[in-house]
Ligand binder design. Structure first.
Ligand code: ATP
Ligand code: MN
Length: 161
């Protein structure tokens, strides 16, 4: 490529960090395989992120003051421990990946973490635990696609092979 052509096309895109948000559901797995391949191609770092939504208790219909009863502390701890275990199981399949577990609402937290770690690309499933009840995207995927300042690669579960 000539100097002029390079200038016209602008600077090359560098992909140094790939962020994969995962809810540990089967819907998130194909995205992980894509990310793992892209990471090798680009020599990028792979960052796995799980956002622990502790408001799930409220969503599951438990009373709003549930998190204040003593037994709730134990339950929360168990939920936290389980996500640490899930994350280590996943990380074992992707050696060298950085892992992050954050607490909060998945939609804003994924975008915040993308900014914080300097992700150049987000790779995620179109659906998660809720599955294919929604036509195109689950709500987390849709929000990230709409608001992410960096490109988002979405991978459908049935198109991943
Ligand atoms: P919804 O949650 O809207 O009912 P869904 O569960 O089918 O629908 P999403 O939650 O949008 O779909 O999932 C799309 C992708 O977003 C998943 O492949 C998943 O990895 C990622 N994701 C969803 N929730 C989280 C989370 N809590 N932490 C990290 N990634 C998540
Ligand atoms: Mn979901």
């Amino acid at each position: 490529m000539s100097q002029t052509e390079q200038t016209t096309m602008g600077a090359e895109v560098r992909i140094s960090r790939i962020l994969v948000p995962t809810d540990f559901s089967p819907g998130a797995e194909p995205a992980l395989r894509w990310a793992a391949t892209l990471r090798q191609v680009f020599g990028a770092e792979l960052i796995l992120l799980h956002v622990l939504n502790l408001n799930m208790a409220a969503l599951a219909g438990l009373p709003s003051d549930f998190l204040r009863v003593p037994a709730a502390g134990e339950l929360l701890q168990r939920i936290r421990d389980e996500s640490v275990e899930e994350m280590s199981r996943l990380a074992a399949k992707y050696p060298g990946a950085r892992t992050l577990i954050r607490e909060g609402s998945p939609r804003p937290v994924i975008l915040e973490v993308a900014k914080e770690v300097g992700a150049d690309l987000i790779v995620m499933g179109t659906h998660g635990w809720t599955g294919l009840t929604q036509l195109l995207f689950g709500s987390v995927a849709e929000h990230v696609v709409r608001h992410s300042p960096v490109p988002v690669l979405t991978v459908r579960q049935d198109e991943a092979q």
